[in-house]
Design a protein around this ligand. Structure first.
Ligand code: 5RP
Length: 271
């Protein structure tokens, strides 16, 4: 691996822990202005100090993130479809490498839709992105998207998707947690991070999912709604961070969540 690629990988995966806390704000690229991401700057700013990287589109990056924040960015570079369109899987590349480099990205991310009508197109998009990523020293995050078909998230399907991404040369894979998740991680020779999916019922559910994913071989998270749709997003992110980087148990993470939540409430009361 060349110096630039290694250096960017170290901006995504912390070399001290070998783990990654990525925070996803890219939902608006195909969804409506998602609940609690209606005004991106308001959601993103308080969370920046606790994320290793943020994942979003160039439009939200330029409009809603201060360049002096020193945020490490994984840029979403696929799109072209919407939740009300004919087929979410019909994605193309939306952003040139020239623009990604201009934005000083740590990496770029793209969805693949295995088993969909546009499987071939999205996989070739990924392969082309890897070709260019290798040329410029920019890691590629392959995202195993399921669109509206959330029920697809099982070990058989996800291990197929993750393995294909790895074979095509992606540097990191983002997928969903599932039963028998170890089957997914052991058969994927590149690092895996998990998305959170739709908001779970309790904080403990999120901590348990994160902990199990790490225990079964994930190197971290690239999570969105389960953090910033919570009433206490900073506490949530810091607690998840404690699982990923400090190996906290779900119970320790929950105690930490309550402590940070309390501190935040005191700050608000005294302001
Ligand atoms: C959609 C994405 C999202 O960034 C991803 O789903 C992460 O967000 P969440 O934790 O809210 O699911 O890549 O394809």
């Amino acid at each position: 691996m060349d110096w630039g690629m290694k250096s960017r990988m170290a901006r995504i995966i912390n070399p001290d822990t070998g783990k990654a806390v990525m925070l996803a704000f890219d939902h608006g690229y195909f969804l409506r202005p998602t609940h609690r991401l209606e005004e991106p700057r308001k959601t993103i700013e308080p969370l920046l100090p606790y994320a290793d990287t943020i994942m979003l589109t160039r439009g939200v990056l330029r409009s809603s993130v201060d360049p002096e924040s020193r945020a490490n960015v994984v840029l979403r570079v696929s799109g072209g479809t919407s939740i009300v369109g004919a087929d979410l899987s019909n994605e193309g590349l939306t952003t040139s490498f020239k623009d990604a480099i201009r934005l000083n990205v740590a990496g770029v991310g793209i969805s693949v839709f295995v088993g969909s009508e546009y499987e071939r197109q999205t996989l070739l998009n990924l392969a082309e992105l890897v070709n260019q990523g290798e040329e410029y020293g920019i890691p590629v995050l392959g995202i195993t998207a399921v669109g509206k078909e959330l029920e697809k998230r099982d070990a058989r399907y996800l291990s197929l998707c993750c393995r294909i991404c790895a074979e095509l040369g992606t540097h990191i894979v983002k997928t969903y947690f599932c039963e028998d998740f170890e089957k997914v991680t052991t058969s994927c020779p590149v690092p895996i991070v998990i998305a959170g999916g739709p908001k779970l019922e309790t904080e403990m559910d999120v901590f348990e999912m994160t902990h199990s994913a790490i225990e079964q071989g994930a190197i971290g998270v690239d999570m969105g709604r389960n953090i910033w749709q919570n009433d206490h997003p900073v506490a949530m992110l810091r607690a998840i961070r404690s699982i990923v980087h400090e190996n906290n148990s779900p119970k320790q993470a929950h105690d930490f969540f309550l402590t940070v939540r309390e501190e935040e409430s005191r700050k608000v009361a005294s302001a």
